[in-house]
Design a protein around this ligand. Structure first.
Ligand SMILES: CC(C)(COP(=O)(O)OP(=O)(O)OC[C@H]1O[C@@H](n2cnc3c(N)ncnc32)[C@H](O)[C@@H]1OP(=O)(O)O)[C@@H](O)C(=O)NCCC(=O)NCCS
Length: 175
């Protein structure tokens, strides 16, 4: 069933420019595929840990249909266009929220990744989740710096030396 688009928020980035922030919803498959088309092979490897070149329709469909009970997916868009500049997602099953984030290669360095991650942490806290976690390639310096700035700690992956696990424990908001 096609859901009505949720409310949009206008957010000012550190450079003074503005973007729109809204939830990803069914029908966004083409926007997600376009975001991937605007990412370099190196950035796609950092996001998917594999030599992905495009977003197939099955995965695009899954990513455009977050589970409303335990997933959060947010998209950053320009003020004057419909394309996705970045997407952050959180899968909150079993009390642990696993994040993933991707910013278009031509929109990086403006604070969009930091903004999306901050919003995901905020949402996880409101959902009563105790921990936000993610996996980051050991050579992904930009993402590791960003995570450390947001209070994540890093530890080794149990079975893959190329991957670090990043973890942030949250203080739960009383209901
Ligand atoms: C990693 C990635 C998500 C970062 O997003 P980005 O939009 O380029 O990063 P930002 O502009 O938000 O952050 C850039 C810098 O400004 C800092 N920053 C941005 N906004 C800030 C704010 N409001 N307050 C303080 N610091 C801020 C960031 O911490 C970072 O610091 P650095 O200069 O030391 O690196 C993005 O590069 C990307 O999508 N890469 C490819 C996919 C990927 O690696 N995904 C992560 C795998 S889970």
């Amino acid at each position: 069933m096609e859901q009505a688009p949720g409310p949009e928020e206008i957010v000012t980035l550190p450079d003074g420019s503005c973007i729109r922030l809204r939830a990803v919803h069914p029908g966004d498959e083409a926007h997600l595929q376009d975001l991937v088309a605007h990412m370099t092979p190196a950035d796609l490897r950092r996001r998917f840990f594999a030599p992905v070149r495009e977003l197939g329709s099955a995965l695009a469909h899954r990513l455009a249909n977050p589970n409303p009970t335990h997933d959060v997916a947010l998209a950053a868009m320009p003020l004057d266009g419909e394309r996705f500049l970045g997407v952050g997602r959180l899968s909150g099953a079993r009390g642990i929220a696993e994040f993933a984030v991707a910013v278009s290669s031509d929109a990086q360095g403006r604070g969009i990744g930091y903004l999306l991650m901050g919003r995901l942490i905020e949402r996880a806290r409101l959902l009563g989740l105790a921990t936000v976690e993610g996996e980051v390639l050991r050579d992904n310096d930009r993402m590791l710096r960003l995570c450390r700035k947001l209070g994540f700690t890093t530890s080794g992956h149990p079975s893959d030396a190329a991957i670090l696990r990043v973890t942030k424990r949250l203080s739960v908001v009383p209901q």
